[in-house]
Each structure stands twice: as structure tokens, then as C-alpha cells.
Ligand binder design. Sequence first.
Ligand SMILES: Nc1ncnc2c1ncn2[C@@H]1O[C@H](COP(=O)(O)OP(=O)(O)OP(=O)(O)O)[C@@H](O)[C@H]1O
Ligand SMILES: [Mg+2]
Length: 269
Amino acid sequence: MDNIIFIDNISFKYGERQIYKDFSLKVDKGDFLSIIGPNGSGKSTLIRILLGLYVATGKITVCGLEMNGKNVREIMKKVGVVLENPDDQFVAETVMHDIAFSLENLRVPAKEIRSKVFEVAKYLGIEDILDKEPHSISGGQKQLVALACALVTDPEILILDEAFSMIDIDTRDKIYDILKDLNVNKNITIINVTHDEEDLLHGNKILILNEGQIVKYGLNKEVLSDEKAFTKYNLKLPFMVDLSTKLKYYGLVDDIILDMDEMVDLLWK
Ligand SMILES: Nc1ncnc2c1ncn2[C@@H]1O[C@H](COP(=O)(O)OP(=O)(O)OP(=O)(O)O)[C@@H](O)[C@H]1O
Ligand SMILES: [Mg+2]
């Protein structure tokens, strides 16, 4: 399997404070990886290192390019990002111009920018707010606009850091349907940093991070079957996994259940 991201033995400090020491991680192309961990475990620091915002010692390769001063611009063309507070990412007077911004920076011809912006807006169902002022729209719409800004350059990797923590459940479901489509049908590798355990059911792999170290990393089922890895760091299991773990304990099911339809079937039997 291709490693789209390869972090090889990196170390990083804030001043005297060591956050990462000899840390390595490989992410396969096409994965939808959820990263969870206690507050301060280093999740956002890792994302900022991956985005070239902080420089760590060691080697990082993204999409086959080694992260360094020379390549960072080229790498960032392949990466779309949505961070926690979308307001910080808006710079223009209209939603349309905000979405167009990164393409303008890449000197894409105006006509192409227009059609690309409309294509992304249509895909995300936000065509009707393109003329609005970005700070005037609702929280859910802001998250969708931030996602549009990240997607307009056709990234190979989409990185999300607590990107959807402030939105209503309906928009959240809609966004996860979109992420699934991007991952499965457009082959975009997704890294989703979250503190909401329910989000863990959406991807195919999970990484639990604590104090700059990997506690557990693997396929969803493998990680979610390790209840202790969660409780040890005061993390919760998704509701369905928690319930099926208890049912398993009492011998009522053979294995944990990750699929809602499967759980409903079982409970109605
Ligand atoms: N700019 C900074 N200068 C100094 N220390 C920092 C800085 N940013 C973060 N830290 C510290 O580094 C550690 C890791 O922080 P980081 O933001 O990466 O954690 P996190 O896992 O994203 O946490 P959260 O779940 O709260 O978002 C924390 O102890 C934090 O206080
Ligand atoms: Mg963080």
C-alpha cells in the first residue's frame, strides 16, 4: 500500500517543552483516519507540523515530496485544510471570493475559477449563499464554506482539525456523507482530528494519541475492540460500541457492532 504521508522519527519542542520525540506514522493513500486523544496530547501540533507551519527535526514525506522549505508550497497544493474556527480562514467580502481565493493565488484563469467555484458550491449545496458576506452566514454554512475552500483546489489529502465541532447534528450528518463520498468515490485521503467519539465510526482507521505517543493505531474494529485503550485515557467509546461491548460481556453478541442497521436488527430480534 502507498504511504501518502510518511512521518519518520520526528521530534518537536515548544521552547523547552518536548511534544514529540522520535515519532513515526504512516498513512496509506485512500484512508479515512480519525485521530482522537486527550486535550493537549499533541493532535493539533501534529497537524501544524504536517502543514509545514511548525518545523520538526526528522523526515516527513507527503505525496512523495519531502517536507522542506523548497517543497512546502508544492505540498500544500495537494492538501486541503479545515480548522476549528472557520471565521479565522475567511478573508474576502463574499463567500464566492473566499472559495476562489486559493485558486487566484495559484493564478488559475478567471473563467476556470468561476466554473470551479460553482462546481464545488453545487456539490456542497451552498450555491445560494455565494454572494453573502462570510461572517454573516450560519455556523453550519460557515463549515460548508470552509470545506468548499479546502476542496476547490482538488486536494489529494483533506485534513480536518476539530472542524465540525460547533455545528448542529443535521449539518454534521450531511458533512459526514460528503466526506464519505470524497473518500470512497474521489479517493481523497482524509485525516479527521476529533474529540467526539461518535465521529470514530465514520472512517476506516483510528489513531489514539497521548502525550505525543501512539497508544493504538489500526483498523476501526481493532481499535474499538480495545476498550482499555479508551478508558485508560478517559476517552469514551461510541455509544453503539459501548453498548455492544457490554452485550458481548454478557455473552449476548459475539463481537462489537459498528453498524447501526446491524444493531437495530439485533435489538428487534
Ligand atoms: N504555541 C504553543 N506554545 C507552547 N505550547 C503549546 C503551544 N501550542 C500547544 N502547546 C502545548 O503543547 C501541547 C500539545 O498541544 P496541542 O494543541 O497539539 O494538543 P491537542 O491534542 O490538539 O489538544 P486539544 O484536544 O485541546 O485540541 C499542550 O500541552 C499545549 O499546551
Ligand atoms: Mg487541538
